[in-house]
Design a protein around this ligand. Sequence first.
Ligand SMILES: NC(=O)c1ccc[n+]([C@@H]2O[C@H](COP(=O)([O-])OP(=O)(O)OC[C@H]3O[C@@H](n4cnc5c(N)ncnc54)[C@H](O)[C@@H]3O)[C@@H](O)[C@H]2O)c1
Length: 348
Amino acid sequence: MATRRLRLGLIGCGGLSNGVLLPALSVIDALDLVATCDLREDAARTAAERYKAQVWYTDYRQLLARDDLDAVMVVAPPAVHEAAGIAVLERGLHLYVEKPPAMTAAGARRLADAARDRPVKTMVGTVQRHVPVNRMAKAITERAEFGRVILYQARYCCPGPGMRMDWGMRRDDDADMVRFFMLDHLIHHIDLARYFLGEIVAVHTTRSATTGEQYALVFSLTFANGVAGSLTAGFRSPSFDNQVYLLGDGPASVQTSNWTRLIYHPPQPPVGQGGYSDHPAVTWDGGISYQNGVIRPGYREELELWARAILEDGDCHSTVEDGWRDMLVIDAMVESLNTGRTVEISDE
Ligand SMILES: NC(=O)c1ccc[n+]([C@@H]2O[C@H](COP(=O)([O-])OP(=O)(O)OC[C@H]3O[C@@H](n4cnc5c(N)ncnc54)[C@H](O)[C@@H]3O)[C@@H](O)[C@H]2O)c1
């Protein structure tokens, strides 16, 4: 029996769409790109022609006026995410929206409110939780042998980010740049921490005192389940460094590294005294060359999950509700940085 294909519209045909999402769509049978839209007509037309969509638009309201769409992806600047995302939901269509879902937590909440009580599947493109090694690590932490997680530690260093000038923030304003770093990059890691351990209820931020433009941010995290954790971030580092480490009282540990590697230390029988013995590790490296090397890990997986959830009425994450909760954590991190105090996070 042939699988039903979902008729899809795409709003925003820029760098991420062309570099990653459209190539990923092209290998997912369940998603059938029907229409594209971009303010720049050449971008909308080129994407439509290259990926065999029937039609292109320069105004997303025209795309949403079609009566043959099941689902829409919004991959534009965040201010557009909120407005277009709400318009998609009000049309009763399933929504994939890139991160950040809005420029503010209040905007992200409006998007989440628009999805509530509607029979739609939503996803925010916080891709780290869909990266295969992170999914594997999560499954490992849920094994009985891993025990209870007692420590979460993550590190993310990157050469950027370069300010996106269409987000309405200033490159020469330090406060804007810090918030931009969080909205553009660290939101992935905040979402990843919530994926592994659930809600974050308190944060404390410290920043290294530097004279140059490089600096580090260290976020202490307290999870609702009582686990202590941290996220360390390097701004303008020489290269990407993307790590997660979880320690369980099995005792066992699992770590993932740079999107492709996983190291698992399963529980071992006690070996002698002194406490310095190494335990054997299981390592796995998925590489980046699968799907002919055109798709970085996680993007195909997130879109497949979204499509499957729509077709089978299954579970979907990270939803626009997750996106709103990620934004609440960002606000708390910024407040802690500015006040020097630990900030508690509540829904209100
Ligand atoms: N998940 C990830 O790993 C990841 C990586 C990069 C970017 N992103 C996110 O994806 C989004 C897009 O980033 P990008 O790098 O593709 O940016 P981009 O500027 O290259 O592309 C955005 C496109 O949206 C179009 N656009 C703007 N307003 C529009 C409107 N009202 N209607 C239709 N089209 C409109 C622009 O013309 C442009 O072509 C951003 O929110 C960014 O944060 C996510």
